[in-house]
Design a protein. Structure first.
Length: 375
């Protein structure tokens, strides 16, 4: 029961996480399928809890919970297969044809299982695999039909996961291999259950050893599938935290340069944080705005930096040299500039690379040098 609760919690967290992403990208077909898969599997696991099953059957009629459980889990697997098909093949005619075929197969399976449950006597509809009435045709075929679909869904989704893992990133490839291993284990348990039912339906002895092996394989396989599904989200979370910590640190390291330029050109400030505090949710926005303000301030100060440098090339000088020029330029700049005597801007602190990281690292170095010169 504890493992079942753990899996349910993990699936629910994953479903909530991806639902938030879906709200931001509502037209993303792959994201819609993945969210549907996670929610259906989570609801199916919730419905498999004994207390929930009994409550639903008592509120309706025996057998409803069992059919609903299979519908939810099979629907989740259908969404998983469709996700891998569209992710691998794209949104083309072949993918849409495969989607329709799998949808018809799911509908036929669920309709067959519903009919089998209806024709089962009401007193026997609360059956399980260990029921002594497994020799009743509607009960036996309910499990046989269901497990045949599960074998198909686990096999197909595992094969598509392997295809999708070929061009995927490292962490996603690892996650897909874990999912595939778990799906293979679940497929094996479905085969074992089908064999179990067929043998008992034909009057054979109950293979207790087979059923005993199935439980640990099934639990371990569900754990693997859940871990594989959660791994990309965990990696994404770790990446987001690292990005937040990095931008928070860089924001603080830019403070000496930003403060000096802000005092000289207060009109360049884009937005002041409320109450002077830098809130958690505004880390990235605050960092980028501070970076822009630093660069804008250097452009405004650059004519005075050129004067302070006395002809030296300030576009490629060292951070320490530029920090000294900035201090001299701030002293040269008048309190109020005369727009009629506007000076031409010059290139300052041109980064070695063409990407933003190079510019950030260069400005941080200048800011640290400026802080050191002040000390």
């Amino acid at each position: 029961m504890s493992l079942q609760i753990t899996l349910l919690v993990a699936l629910t967290i994953g479903a909530l996480w991806k639902t938030v992403d879906l709200v931001r990208s509502a037209r993303d077909r792959l994201l819609r399928l993945l969210v549907a898969c996670l929610w259906l599997l989570a609801l199916g696991h919730a419905l498999s809890l004994t207390v929930v099953t009994k409550a639903l059957d008592n509120a309706t009629t025996p057998g409803v919970a069992k059919v609903a459980y299979n519908a939810l889990v099979m629907g989740g697997l259908f969404a998983l297969v469709s996700f891998f098909v569209y992710a691998t093949r794209g949104d083309g005619p072949a993918s849409r044809r495969r989607f329709r075929i799998d949808g018809l197969l799911l509908a036929a399976t669920l309709l067959t299982m519903l009919v089998l449950m209806i024709v089962t006597p009401a007193a026997l509809r609360g059956h399980t695999l260990s029921t002594p009435h497994i020799t009743e045709a509607p009960i036996a075929w309910f499990y046989i039909v269901g497990n045949i679909y599960f074998v198909y869904a686990y096999l197909v989704s595992g094969l598509w996961a392997l295809r999708y893992s070929v061009p995927a990133s490292r962490y996603l490839t690892i996650a897909l291999w874990i999912i595939t291993l778990g799906l293979a284990g679940l497929m094996l348990t479905s085969v074992n259950r089908a064999i179990w039912v067929i043998i008992r339906y034909n009057g054979g002895p109950p293979l207790k050893g087979l059923n005993a092996i199935n439980w640990p394989i099934s639990n371990a396989s569900f754990v693997l599938v859940t871990l594989g599904m959660c791994l990309p989200a965990v990696v994404q979370l770790i990446g987001a935290i690292r990005s937040w910590l990095l931008h928070r640190r860089l924001y603080r390291e830019l403070d000496p340069l930003w403060s000096a330029l802000n005092r000289a050109f207060p009109e360049l400030m884009l937005e002041r944080p409320e109450n002077g505090r830098f809130r958690f949710g505004r880390t990235h926005r605050g960092f980028y705005r501070r970076l822009i303000e630093c660069r804008d301030g250097l452009v405004r100060l650059s004519p005075y930096i050129a004067i302070a440098a006395k002809g030296e090339d300030v576009s490629r000088c060292t951070p320490g040299e530029l920090a000294g020029y900035i201090r001299s330029a701030l002293a040269l700049k008048p309190g109020e500039e005369d727009p009629r005597n506007a000076l031409n801007a010059v290139s300052v602190a041109i980064p070695d690379g063409s990407d933003m990281n190079s510019d950030v690292l260069g400005l941080v170095a200048v800011s640290n040098a400026l802080a050191g010169s002040r000390a």
